[in-house]
Design a protein around this ligand. Structure first.
Ligand code: HEM
Ligand SMILES: [Cu+2]
Length: 655
């Protein structure tokens, strides 16, 4: 009895590896620390009232941002472990199996649990303010989206200590991921965690699409909309087209694994390549889902810090839309080597190269916006400037990869690894950092001090090239991706060593960002202006952070860059509310149900991961109860009385 118990426990809790035992201990200590701190400072109520039950887009933005930064840390640690293992030949830091797990969790976390919440942090922080709205179209749904993301990410992360991590790559291709070849629970974690957070993402897509279409301030026609909001619109369209495809692919594979179906096995008419196909129908557009918001950020930042209107607004809008359509038609370039035949490969080669055209238009417009502008080199602008050459290289190597015949050489080599990191870091991470620095004062009410930020910038940028340029060469020298070690006679040692140094420089860059945030918190310099950068769009007309209801009176818009135009005409006070115009404001009530629904999904996910159907079903039942609760709720909203709004505005010095 005792024996069998330790056996089960041994399977349940991952043991053996000192690294994992250390994490177990760390997790227990950190959790105890959090519980202790919250209790000691009597903050439980505050946590529940202000955060766990909030439906305010501004607070949801902050929670997404914190999660994204934490996940960047986790993914970054994974990256450093891999780079350390590859620094020298025949290293023994990680076993082959452990290396497999780490590239899988690194890739999955970076894309799904770092890039996605980062863009959603920006969506939430900015879109309602930019279009003159009081919240998103469906605030309650917005909270559900966040908690589904959060509990999905949690489910994925606990695989490390309970049951074991997935190890078949972030792409999770069958037949490798079929039960027969991958009997552990790791793969189930992957499938369920992504499914749960995927539902949240689809809801976010619907939510922001509805918000942008329906909730713009009067006078803000589509062609007067700020470019970040346009980028979000394009992103939501892509999300709605492709995330359901991912959900279906994951569900089918899960059915194969849990219930013995054969969608993707070679038996009984199944076809593993169909998974690959479905995966990339989502997977390639996913890159644009992450990079379009970054493009939107670049547009806002370039125009603000050059003190000029964006050059070629209409062509910017057209290229966003072109990318969100053509981007859906390129996915086969991820498996040219499947051998679908010359006609198919040619089609997808051409569509892939075609995406470079609207992207090139955008780069051209950013450069032309800077041309003869009065440029201020603040941190957001520095990241934009660093992005341009970086992404140009990603684009150029992308066009090489897009040529089907040559791709037979580059496919699955380090050339590809270098290329996609250049796009994902140079395009997405740089954009998110630019956006974080730019909107930080609006989100938190104080500016980030530049000192450590500049260190971070240089460490990260230099580190980037030192890390990834050698990988292009390694790829051409024949080094394959997902190798856990190599021998000295391959002559890959020097370049790998250099690459690892670069990775550590980037790690130092990340620590500098953490130092910057802490430093700025300690020596806080409040932003009392609401408009620290000389902004152009409506969010800068509000105090930092804006009051709960954003706009006491919804503004009337007549121009693109409304706030900038008003300032130019000396009419900025016209955007302040007049006491007689203030009416009661209708706002949604806070609710704990979205959080509880996340918990239920988590229980369901955990149950199905271990094949405990009863637990899984109980979790799903909980979800249904939450849904019913909401449907029966007669008073999901409330009015803030006009008097209270007047008092708040007066306290903010706006009346
Ligand atoms: C911060 C610096 C980063 C470093 C040093 C780094 C390093 C690595 C390494 C060593 C691998 C494994 C390569 C292999 O063995 O095939 C890898 C894979 C990967 N990385 Fe990164 N990475 C970084 C950031 C990112 C970011 C920001 C993203 C996405 C937003 C990302 C997405 C991926 C993906 C999707 C894979 C493929 C995983 C797989 O093969 O299943 N990485 N990275
Ligand atoms: Cu692609």
């Amino acid at each position: 009895m005792g024996d069998s118990l330790t056996n089960t426990a041994g399977h349940f809790f991952v043991t053996g590896d000192p690294m994992i035992i250390a994490s177990d201990v760390a997790i227990v200590l950190v959790s105890l620390g959090i519980v202790f701190t919250l209790t000691y400072f009597k903050k439980w109520k505050w946590l529940w009232r202000e955060w766990l039950t909030t439906v305010d887009h501004k607070k949801i933005a902050i929670m997404y941002l914190i999660s994204a930064i934490l996940m960047l840390f986790r993914g970054g640690v994974d990256a450093l472990l891999m780079r350390t293992q590859l620094a020298l030949p025949n290293m023994k830091l990680l076993s082959a199996e452990h290396y497999d797990q780490i590239f899988t969790t690194h890739g999955t976390i970076m894309i799904l649990f770092m890039a996605m919440p980062f863009i959603f942090a920006m969506f939430n922080a900015v879109v309602p303010l930019q279009i003159g709205a009081r919240d998103v179209a469906f605030p309650y749904l917005n909270a559900i989206s966040f908690w589904l993301f959060f509990f999905g990410a949690l489910l994925f992360n606990i695989s490390f200590v309970i049951g074991g991590s997935p190890d078949a790559g972030w792409t999770s291709y069958p037949p490798l991921t079929e039960l027969q070849f991958d009997p552990g629970v790791g793969e189930n974690y992957y499938l369920l965690a992504l499914s749960i957070s995927g539902i949240g993402t689809i809801a976010t897509g619907i939510n922001f699409l509805a918000t942008i279409i329906k909730m713009r301030a009067p006078g803000m026609t589509l062609m007067k909309m700020p470019l970040f909001t346009w980028a979000v619109l394009g992103t939501c369209i892509i999300i709605l087209f492709v995330f359901p495809v991912l959900s279906v692919a994951l569900a089918l594979l899960l059915i194969d694994r849990l219930f013995g179906a054969h969608f993707f096995t070679m038996m009984y008419g199944g076809n593993p390549m169909q998974f690959v196909n479905l995966f990339w129908i989502w997977g390639h557009p996913e890159v644009y889902i992450a990079v379009l918001p970054a493009f939107g950020i670049y547009s806002e930042v370039v125009s603000t810090f050059s003190q000029k209107k964006i050059f070629g607004y209409k062509s910017m809008v057209a290229s966003i839309m072109a990318i969100s359509i053509i981007g859906n038609l390129t996915w086969v370039h991820h498996f040219f080597t499947m051998g679908a035949g010359p006609a198919v490969n040619t089609f997808f080669s051409i569509t892939t190269m075609a995406v470079a055209i609207p992207t090139g238009v955008k780069v051209f417009n950013w450069l032309m916006t800077m041309y003869r502008g009065r440029i201020t080199l603040s941190l957001p602008m520095m990241w934009v400037l660093a992005f341009i050459p970086n992404f140009a290289l990603a684009g150029a190597t992308g066009v090489w990869l897009a040529e089907a015949p040559t791709d037979y050489q580059y496919h699955n080599s380090y050339f590809t690894v270098a290329h996609f990191h250049q796009a994902l870091i140079g395009g997405v991470v740089y954009g998110m950092l630019a956006g974080m620095y730019y909107w930080w004062p609006k989100m938190f009410g104080f500016k980030l001090k530049e000192k450590f930020g500049k260190w971070a910038f240089w460490f990260f940028n230099i580190g980037f090239y030192v890390c990834f340029i050698p990988q292009y060469v390694l790829g051409l020298m024949g080094m394959q991706r997902r190798m856990y070690t190599y021998t000295p006679d391959m002559h890959w040692t020097a370049l790998n060593f250099v690459s690892t140094i670069g990775a550590y420089l980037m790690g130092i860059g990340f620590l500098c960002i953490a130092a910057q945030i802490i430093h700025s918190l300690v020596h806080m310099e409040k932003d009392l202006t609401g408009d620290p950068w000389g902004g152009r769009t409506l969010e800068w007309s509000l105090p930092s952070p804006p009051p709960h209801y954003n706009f006491a009176v919804i503004p009337q818009v007549s121009d693109r860059d409304e706030w900038w135009e008003r300032k130019r005409r000396g009419e900025q006070d016209a955007l302040k509310p007049r006491p007689e115009d203030i009416r009661n404001v209708h706002m949604p009530k806070n609710s704990g149900v979205p959080f509880l629904m996340g918990v239920c999904f988590f229980i369901a996910g955990f149950g199905f991961t271990f094949g405990w159907i009863a637990v899984g079903a109980a979790g799903l039942l909980g979800v249904l109860v939450c849904l019913a609760h909401r449907s029966l709720d007669q008073h999901p909203d409330h009015d803030i009385p006009a008097d209270e709004i007047r008092r708040t505005e007066a306290a903010l010095g706006r009346l």
